[in-house]
Design a protein around this ligand. Structure first.
Ligand code: 5CA
Length: 163
């Protein structure tokens, strides 16, 4: 993969890169020619297992936007997760609500770099993979990370989210 030196990241990704650097993250944001809009596309582009893709999914719960960092190998069981998390029903956010809550568009939502910190869950299944990839603000940017780093970066709660 080509290094990013000398290239300019899209504005949304530059903001994510800034937040990551400030947090001491050494993994660099990469812009890929191929789409990384979905976990399957990202896994294909990166040559990794789909389960090692950390999707940043936005839901509304108790009128509040929340973030669920989910392994690409499964879907969120929203009923079970709301009960485990001790929150009201989780509804998937609309594209407009995602943009409002994160400043980013669906397909590029990152775990960080949002206008305000969102209550966050980190999927226990992500702990099965030594190296993870997450979106970095656009559908063509990603960064390498780890389970522990995601927990630290987001201040998230560790919970199983899958079925
Ligand atoms: N870039 C990849 C990870 S590297 C990514 O963003 N994956 S994702 O899963 O977080 O983003 C796609 C997700 O956006 C889908 O899983 C789905 O939950 C959500 N999504 C797609 N279309 C819509 C829609 N119309 N409304 C709400 N959410 C949607």
């Amino acid at each position: 993969m080509a290094p990013q030196e000398g290239t300019t990241l899209p504005t949304r990704s530059a903001e994510v890169a800034r937040v990551l650097a400030e947090a001491g993250v050494t993994g660099e944001v990469r812009e890929l020619a191929a789409s990384t809009r979905t976990a399957a596309e990202a896994a294909e582009a990166l040559g990794c297992e789909v389960g090692a893709i950390a999707n940043s999914l936005v839901f509304l719960s108790d009128e509040e936007a929340v973030l669920v960092l989910t392994s690409g190998r499964h879907k969120v069981d929203t009923t079970a997760l709301a009960a485990r998390w001790g929150r009201g029903k989780l509804r998937r956010a609309t594209p407009e609500q995602v943009r409002e809550a994160t400043g980013q568009a669906i397909g590029g939502v990152a775990p960080v770099g949002h206008p305000r910190v969102l209550p966050t869950v980190v999927d226990a299944a992500l702990g099965d993979y030594p190296r993870l990839w997450a979106a970095a603000g656009t559908p063509h940017t990603v960064f390498p990370t780890t389970f522990d780093e995601l927990l630290r970066l987001t201040g998230g709660v560790l919970l199983p989210v899958g079925p």
